[in-house]
Design a protein around this ligand. Structure first.
Ligand SMILES: Cc1cc2nc3c(=O)[nH]c(=O)nc-3n(C[C@H](O)[C@H](O)[C@H](O)COP(=O)(O)OP(=O)(O)OC[C@H]3O[C@@H](n4cnc5c(N)ncnc54)[C@H](O)[C@@H]3O)c2cc1C
Length: 317
């Protein structure tokens, strides 16, 4: 990125950094540098206006950009990102009697902690899901029978194409299993309001669910489940992606430093070291192998849950 462009980006967000290693900003610990990297830790009206103007500038200058939160569902490219990465870390929480208004950068597990301190336990099924509220809304994150869509009251969304900030309801976000229409519209979650309740039954559940996670999921560097579970065929038993990969005998299979977990076959791990990590290429080759074997054995096409970020996107993601 030339000096003039860097200078303009800094005019909107003086905290912008350049050549920032993306491996530091994702749970996979994979990825080269972002040309420009902006952390937004405050969603004041002024900063929202700066974000509107920054994205206008980036679009006009054809500089690709992406938004990230906790980086727990992304796989960056080994050469990094040729463009601007905007990381939303603003995390203000405001509790009312029955709701929580939170910034998109609020860490989901911190929300659970703060809500339960106040006696609200209905979010406890999410125990152990890393990342931010914004990322969870984008992918309709869920666990143990609860999805974000079930507790979302409304969200403040920024549409960069129209330079428009508006209030969206769960209906307008068109949630499905691990999907919202933000994946198509490329809009940005700024804030959200969640419905809270004092569902005490979940209080006792939390410990059990947390233990279940520790038992079934591996430690180490990953982005959680790599593939979505296939759409259930009503005429057949429900088959999970991990089961299908396991049945293909792929647990423990390694390409480069990328490895299919021995504990949970839907987890691809970066089994390397800081100096010699897995590469995006290793992970994709291993994922392609899993897809090929599952297709051959079960005639099922697995689809990635993890967002694979290219080095040079064709358009802003
Ligand atoms: C060990 C482990 C366990 C996991 N378990 C679960 C689980 O049980 N259930 C589950 O659903 N997921 C799980 N995940 C996946 C991941 O934690 C979730 O998808 C999470 O919601 C991602 O949030 P994030 O902030 O890290 O998003 P990121 O990884 O930063 O981003 C993911 C996607 O969301 C978009 N995005 C992020 N913030 C915003 C925003 N403010 N506005 C618009 N788009 C945005 C990004 O552009 C990107 O495409 C797990 C991951 C790990 C590592």
């Amino acid at each position: 990125m030339n000096q003039e462009k860097s200078k303009i980006i800094k005019e909107y967000f003086p905290q912008a950094r350049f050549s920032e290693p993306l491996s530091k900003h994702c749970t996979f610990r994979i990825g080269g540098p972002a040309e420009a990297f902006i952390e937004i830790d405050d969603l004041s009206e002024q900063n929202q206006e700066n974000l509107v103007n920054l994205t206008k500038y980036l679009q006009k200058s054809k500089i690709p950009y992406i938004i990230i939160g906790g980086g727990s569902n992304v796989l960056f490219h080994d050469k990094g990102f040729k463009g601007t990465v905007i990381k939303i870390t603003a995390k203000t929480l405001k509790f009312t009697k029955t709701n929580l208004e939170a910034d998109a950068g609020a860490i989901l597990q911190n929300i659970l902690k703060e809500a339960s301190k106040r006696g609200f336990y209905n979010l406890q099924p999410f125990i152990g899901i890393p990342g931010t509220l914004g990322g969870a809304i984008y992918g309709n994150a869920g666990a143990n029978g609860l999805e974000i869509k079930d507790i979302l009251k409304e969200a403040i969304i920024f549409n960069p194409r129209l330079s428009l900030i508006y209030k969206a309801t769960p209906e307008t976000l068109k949630f499905k299993y691990r999907h919202s229409n933000l994946k198509e519209t490329k809009e940005i979650v700024l804030k959200a309001t969640l419905n809270l309740s004092k569902a005490a039954k979940h209080k006792a559940l939390a410990k059990k669910l947390s233990a279940k996670r520790t038992q079934t999921q591996p430690y180490g560097l990953s982005a959680g489940s790599f593939f979505k579970n296939p759409d259930p065929d009503p005429t057949k038993p429900k088959l999970k992606a991990g089961y299908l990969i396991d049945q293909c005998g792929l647990k423990g299979r390694q390409i480069g430093q990328a490895k299919i977990s021995e504990k949970h076959a839907n987890f691809i791990q970066n089994a390397g070291t800081l100096k010699n990590p897995a590469t995006q290429k290793d992970v994709i080759r291993l994922a392609d192998l899993a897809k090929k074997e599952v297709r051959r054995k079960f005639k099922i096409d697995l689809k990635e849950e993890v967002q694979i970020i290219p080095h040079k996107p064709k358009k802003s993601m």
